[in-house]
Design a protein around this ligand. Structure first.
Ligand code: CMP
Length: 138
C-alpha cells in the first residue's frame, strides 16, 4: 500500500548539518518527497503533536528542545513508507539502534535522536494536518 509519513529533522539534526545526508537516505530507499519545508514549531503545535507525552516528566524539556531552532519537516510517500522510514531511522533510543540507522549514526540519546517519524498511518494523517496545508502536498 502506498503510504505517506512525516519526518522532522529535529534541532539536534539541524545543528549537525546532516539535512542533505538524511534526505539522501530516504531517497535512496525509493521514498518520494511529497512536501518539504522549514518550520518553527510552537508550544500549541507541540501540545497536540505530543499529546500522548504531555504528562511525561520529559515533556517540558522535549518542547524546549523542539522549539530551539527551526526544523525541516517533510512528507515522504511510497510503498510501506511508515515501516521503511522506521527501519531507516531506528528506534527512539540511539543506543538501541542498529549501525547504519540515522539515530545510531547521528543520535546521542532519547532527547537528541535527530529525527521524528510518524508511528502509524493515523499519526501521519494527524501530523500532516498539523503542519501542512493541502496545497503544500504534491
Ligand atoms: P520522537 O519519536 O520524536 O517522539 C517523542 C520524543 O520524546 C522521542 O522522539 C524522544 O526524543 C523523546 N523521548 C522519548 N522518551 C524519552 C525519555 N524517556 N526521556 C527524554 N526524551 C524522551
Amino acid at each position: 500500500m502506498i503510504e505517506k509519513t512525516v519526518v522532522l529533522i529535529k534541532p539536534d539534526g539541524m545543528e549537525k548539518h546532516v539535512v542533505g545526508a538524511i534526505i539522501d537516505r530516504f531517497e535512496r530507499a525509493g521514498l518520494v518527497l511529497s512536501a518539504l519545508k522549514l518550520v518553527q514549531l510552537t508550544q500549541p503545535i507541540l501540545d497536540t503533536w505530543y499529546a500522548h507525552h504531555k504528562d511525561k516528566p520529559f515533556f517540558p524539556e522535549l518542547s524546549k528542545q523542539m522549539m530551539s531552532t527551526p526544523v525541516v519537516a517533510m512528507v515522504l510517500s511510497g510503498e510501506g513508507a511508515i515501516q521503511k522510514v522506521f527501519d531507516i531511522c531506528g528506534p527512539t533510543d540511539p543506543a538501541e539502534a542498529a549501525p547504519g540507522t540515522i539515530r545510531r549514526d547521528y543520535g546521542v540519546d532519547k532527547p537528541h535522536n535527530v529525527v521524528h517519524r510518524s508511528d502509524s498511518v493515523e499519526a501521519a494523517a494527524k501530523e500532516i494536518g498539523l503542519l501542512f496545508t493541502p496545497d503544500e502536498l504534491h
